[in-house]
Design a protein around this ligand. Structure first.
Ligand SMILES: C[S@@+](CC[C@H](N)C(=O)[O-])C[C@H]1O[C@@H](n2cnc3c(N)ncnc32)[C@H](O)[C@@H]1O
Length: 436
């Protein structure tokens, strides 16, 4: 059994037990999750087994040891990120955590190290991340579709070896990890040999291609850990053997307001891909700061998703860069979306509008849509729209195989195949190689 099948109440119960020692739930959730992360590293042979001494003190030592494996893992031993050193645990709480993870391992099925379950566990454990920052995991099958419509065409246009992508609301890294794998092994097109292979260079290059930023410092640290875990696993080495000089482009920062972080530099990305927060900012000071920084979209009781679109299209993307997002469709129905729909979005080259409101996307109670734009004025007269007719008749056992989601993917597949056929036919007419 994977922990994905556990009811949220199971996590709540454990968090309540541990919170008796820590005094509050936030640190309790972090103790529980850090224990899962250390287990993940050891169970996948990413860290030496002797680096896992017993007890809560042992967990702190394991975190310090993990933090020493690569500069990008330093936050794991930073009390400002993980305040565990300041709020130690008693034996009973520790035994409850150990027993929980013994029964519900936070590993992946089929020995994959990607850490999807680890990310999902953080969402389930941290009420603070869920309610305060709208952390809601983007399922890997949604991440893949977003990347197929953004990173993949960006690799075609700028070349797989040069492309750079960012998720400016990366959470625990579901999109970043999927992008890492796509950048490491780009899809083969026609007879063109892929310039990126499977060796160390491919891993280093894929790490360099992917960036992620999140307000939540622990979620960002988890993203960095997952990117390194994937890298180490592909190379067949422990985390400590991934060269310290290899880039892990993950930062904890406010993507909307922080202009000092190098990862948030202007015009740096060929693909920007996000499942941004949809909430209305709660803090009135932050709400006004964002309103002042994004007057073109932040009107009325705006959702944070709107300034995120402006951030990606106007600031982060290179000219012509691809911007794909899974976002709430509330802007289509509410007053705050008026300026966004009538003045802001028409300035950009809309490629895809996909109604995903009928699909069952776990955790996403809000009706959603996928928007894909290019950061340039509109080109041509075609926008591909996938309109929903029906919702999912019942909650599918495997959401990736839900009727609505399958219909969306099939529609996108046939449209992409048609576009490629037409592009090939155009090249052949001009005397070129239709498969390039
Ligand atoms: C819907 S979740 C994204 C989940 C992510 N795609 C994943 O699968 O892990 C939205 C994320 O936006 C982050 N966030 C909210 N406001 C932010 C801001 N101003 N700057 C950066 N990240 C922010 C939250 O912390 C949360 O992790």
């Amino acid at each position: 059994m994977t922990i994905r099948t556990l009811a949220p109440a199971t996590y709540d119960k454990l968090t309540a037990t541990v919170a008796r020692d820590t005094g509050e739930r936030r640190t309790a959730a972090l103790w529980i999750h850090a224990a899962a992360l250390v287990r993940h590293a050891h169970d996948h042979a990413l860290a030496p087994i002797e680096d896992r001494p017993p007890g809560p003190g042992g967990l702190l030592k394991s975190l310090e040891s993990l933090a020493g494996c690569h500069p990008a893992l330093a936050p794991l031993a930073d009390p400002a990120v993980l305040p565990l050193w300041e709020q130690p645990l008693g034996a009973a709480a520790w035994a409850a955590i150990e027993e929980f993870w013994d029964r519900h391992p936070a590993l992946e099925g089929e020995h994959r190290v990607d850490g999807y379950v680890l990310g999902d566990a953080y969402q389930l454990l941290s009420e603070e991340a869920r309610k305060g920052r709208a952390l809601c995991q983007t399922p890997p099958w949604v991440a893949r579709l977003l990347l197929r419509l953004s990173l993949e065409p960006a690799m075609d246009e700028w070349g797989p070896a040069d492309v750079r992508m960012i998720d400016p609301a990366c959470g625990t890294g579901h999109i970043a990890v999927a992008a890492f794998h796509m950048a490491r092994v780009p899809p083969v097109r026609g007879r063109r040999p892929s310039p990126v292979g499977h060796g160390p260079w491919a891993v280093e290059r894929a790490l360099a291609a992917v960036s992620g930023v999140d307000l939540d410092a622990y979620a960002a640290a988890l993203t960095a850990y997952r990117l390194l875990a994937c890298s180490a696993s592909v190379l067949g080495v422990r985390l400590a053997r991934v060269p310290a000089s290899w880039p892990v482009n993950v930062a904890a920062a406010d993507s909307l307001l922080d202009r000092s972080d190098p990862l948030l530099a202007a015009g740096a990305y060929h693909a920007c891909v996000a499942n941004p927060p949809y909430i209305t900012p709660k803090d009135p000071v932050v709400r006004d700061q964002i309103r002042a920084a994004y007057p073109q979209v932040a009107t009325g009781k705006y959702s944070l998703a709107l300034p995120f679109t402006a951030l990606m299209l106007e600031h982060l993307a290179v000219p012509g860069g691809f911007v794909a997002q899974l976002t709430a469709n509330s802007f289509m129905k509410r007053e705050f979306g008026r300026r966004y729909v009538t003045e802001f979005l028409p300035r950009f080259d809309a490629r895809w509008i996909i109604d995903t409101s009928g699909a069952y996307i776990p955790g996403h109670g809000t009706p959603t849509c996928i928007l894909v734009h290019r950061a340039r004025p509109p080109v041509g007269d075609t926008v591909t729209v996938v309109r929903g007719n029906h919702g999912e008749p019942r909650i599918p056992e495997d959401p990736a195989q839900g009727l609505v989601w399958r219909a969306i993917e099939d529609t996108v597949d046939s449209r992409l195949a048609w576009d490629r056929f037409q592009a090939g036919a155009d090249r052949a007419r001009q005397g070129g190689d239709p498969t390039h």
